[in-house]
Write a protein that binds this ligand. Sequence first.
Ligand code: HEM
Length: 124
Amino acid sequence: MLKHLHMTVAAISILLFTFRFALTLVNSEKLTLKWLKITPHIVDTLLLGLGIALSIKLALNPAEQLWLAEKLFAVLAYIFTGYYTLKLARNRTMQIIGFLGAIGWVMLIVRIAISKETVFLAGL
Ligand code: HEM
């Protein structure tokens, strides 16, 4: 139940980010819509909160389960590259590079979530 909620919120976060990226590319005025500014913050906070709640419920400690530490790092990197893409990138090229970077982190996150194995910290 908690896990499915977690996965749903994660999917919403990625969809919202992709939608806002598409709006950014076409310079849409929709970006200033109140719900589009507020909802992503609520969703991303929920995503982190649910992930932490799930870790506590399953008694998973990132200091012991290295895959969880790597996943947490990747989620923070996804949130920051997302912020870069939508707020800091000054032109279309930078926005596209930022988007590709963020999607790369998402791929790593999903890979770790499913395999529950480290990718970069392998062998530690
Ligand atoms: C974009 C962000 C995230 C995505 C796409 C994501 C994706 C997923 C998916 C697909 C699963 C189910 C894996 C499976 O058992 O088949 C999962 C489980 C889980 N996630 Fe996340 N997650 C994200 C963020 C987080 C964060 C921030 C945390 C921790 C703070 C976290 C902790 C967990 C835990 C503990 C499980 C359960 C693992 C188990 O069943 O043993 N996730 N996640």
